[in-house]
Design a protein around this ligand. Sequence first.
Ligand SMILES: [Zn+2]
Length: 468
Amino acid sequence: MKITFYGAAENVTGSKHLIEANGFRLLLDCGLYQGRRQEAEQMNRTLPFDATTIDAVILSHAHADHCGQLPLLVKNGFKGKIYSTPATAEIGKLIMMDSAKIQMEDAEYLNRHQVPGAQNAKPLYDENDVERCAQRFVAVDYCRKTNAWTKLTGGLRFKLYDAGHILGSSVIVVEANENGTIKTVAFTGDLGNVNVPLMRPPEPPAETVDALLMECTYGDRDHRPFSDAGGELAAVIKTAIAENGKIIVPAFSLGRTQEFIYALHKLHDQEKFPMPPIYVDSPLSVNILDVFNRHSADFNQETWQDFGVKGEKPFIFDDLVYVRTTQESKALNSKPGPFMIISASGMCEGGRIRHHLLNSVDDPKNIVLITGYQASNTLGRKIEDGVSPVNILGQSREVKAKVITLHEFSAHADRSGLMNYLSKIRSLNHLYLVHTEAPQDNIFKALVRSKYPALDVEIPSTGMSVEV
Ligand SMILES: [Zn+2]
């Protein structure tokens, strides 16, 4: 069995790994790369393989950096099936549609404003491409519900375990029988934290695993427990109220937004101080809510205890307003604070969040609240790192707003969570650290080596192949 790491190798976006066995070519994830605009544009426009040679895809979860290049794969001639959990299939279509829409709006904006270096901007794919891609999806349930393998051709079969990262996220286990020799590869996708709202804890495979492709976004640090987040969030809101400021929260429409709203709902219910209005300015988040409501059986027990027993919905409360139209979004530009805007994209590389930042970052009354991992070279990382001025939508802005980071809301496992998950994998021979970047990749590798000296641990580079 051969594995080639085509994306999320030495970086945290563009997840894409190819498994080859008995002539069958199975792609795990096909995500968009996010980073420097021109570099991202170039990497996303071309696939590193001929799409017509891929036999099937298994998608770990519906974040754009895992699924966002699938429409391009189909547009370029992929004719196979795309397997995922039912929730991932539903949310994936929404995410890819949103991505197509953002790309079309971006291209239109860049062309209209004649932004230097972005002449004749074109979307990678359109909504018709996404429709064609969505038709290739086949929903496969978590094996905790069915305990069954799903058979592929070429002597391959797979199972999906709960990854605890976002709704529908899975750990993929692929077994290949090559002339009677059986090898098993597991891919974590993105692993979640334990003791966080909504999600069940990540589930280790019951099978022995020869090779594990493991994310380690936060391989160098532990998060403060989620139970501390409420107090810190309350302090941020009180500061904004005292200064009549706006709180701008970049958040993935999927995952972080729902967990963040969950924490705000708990604060709201405690009624210790008056909450300012909270605007969720992401049409995608509104659509995703429906999917969350349909798949509430996948939530953890705590969600039921917090809200279910009171007959409340976790994502609906008095001070929370879901913004639907562009006019409503634009109206927030001139509205005086205090209030909060939660908007996408999570790393500030696309979507309405950039308009809110353009309109708010140069005012010291305002707060940019970072709640998730910001990849290198993204606008979100620059703001988090204190870079000023920054370029937003082709315009330069001084960053005078306060920048506050709360990593408790991360949907990624921390160092202890990763080590704990690793300790539950049986008979592991090879560990490939993916979806990570320097310096945490090497820090985590050293930690694993010190605990498991006999284990082969590697940080694959983009395009590298290994035989298992
Ligand atoms: Zn993810």
